[in-house]
Ligand binder design. Structure first.
Ligand SMILES: C[S@@+](CC[C@H](N)C(=O)[O-])C[C@H]1O[C@@H](n2cnc3c(N)ncnc32)[C@H](O)[C@@H]1O
Length: 265
């Protein structure tokens, strides 16, 4: 990716356009995807303690921010979309005394620097946004600086092995003699090169968003280069009986827990 500024401006315009639709679809409790796939494992890996100081990165309409407060945390939360933050403030009005909201672009080092006034944080979290952020070097480096030594950073993102550019979902039926077997799978055509592609996060959203695909080796390198080790990984799948996806053997997302190395400067 050569022009971070331009692609970030484009992606921000798209999120501003989608912000009210996103807010309406996520509602007060988030959608089922978030509640059943993202949230349980994120909460397990983050393990929130009473009075933890937590940074919520790219917080969207603030649903998880609100959840962190329910779990006892004091939260600083940001997003680059003014409209998202406006909606988040409204959704979190009843607990706003425990939250500090900011409009900040995660690709902008100077913007991120403003968070140092609230640092150090015990933990940081980013739900389903790393794949939406054009350049993650400034973010990973800043989070590393903003966390206490030994601090935890948990992030979830679309699984790059199975949600890669141009991926196809397929359903095959096969006569296996004793009956017809139906299997749901994924065809992957591109993986190893990082790239930007357009996609739909929620059906009927006003405009497609921009995704930034990174193979796992590249994603891990961002973590290691910023002074983190990975000490937890989860690949949640849908329960076989669920109504929203037949892909119960292929994880749609990956969640990682990073720890800031104590001695890292
Ligand atoms: C898929 S939504 C997830 C929102 C929220 N974390 C959740 O789980 O409900 C992705 C969010 O990332 C935000 N975002 C994308 N790029 C960003 C950037 N460079 N800086 C800050 N926020 C960004 C978008 O505005 C959007 O709110």
């Amino acid at each position: 990716m050569s022009n971070w500024k331009e692609t970030t401006e484009d992606s921000k315009r798209r999120w501003e356009t989608n912000a009210d639709f996103w807010d309406e679809r996520m509602g007060e409790q988030s959608n089922r995807f978030h509640r059943e796939i993202v949230r349980p494992e994120t909460e397990r890996l983050l393990s929130v303690n009473e009075n933890d100081k937590i940074l919520d990165i790219a917080c969207g309409n603030g649903n998880f921010t609100k959840r962190l407060v329910e779990l006892g945390a004091n939260v600083t939360a940001f997003d680059y979309s003014e409209k998202m933050i406006e909606n988040a403030k409204r959704r979190c009005a009843h607990c706003i005394d425990r939250i500090d909201f900011h409009v900040i672009d995660a690709t902008n080092k100077d913007d991120l620097e403003n968070l140092s006034f609230s640092a150090p944080f015990d933990k940081a979290v980013s739900n389903m946004a790393i794949m939406d952020i054009a350049d993650i070097t400034p973010l990973f480096n800043s989070v590393s600086k903003l966390l206490k030594p030994g601090g935890i950073f948990v992030f979830s993102t679309i699984h790059p092995c199975f949600q890669s550019p141009g991926m196809r979902r397929i359903t095959e039926t096969e006569d296996v003699g004793s009956g017809i077997r139906t299997r749901h799978g994924i065809q992957v055509f591109e993986y190893i090169n990082s790239c930007c592609f357009e996609g739909i996060g929620i059906v009927n959203q006003p405009v497609p968003q921009l995704y930034y695909h990174r193979p796992l080796s590249e994603l891990f390198a961002f973590c290691f280069d910023a002074g983190f080790i990975i000490n937890g990984v989860s690949e949640p799948v849908f329960n076989i009986d669920n109504e929203i996806s037949k892909y119960d053997k292929i994880p749609p997302i990956i969640i990682m827990r990073l720890i800031k190395i104590e001695s890292y400067k």
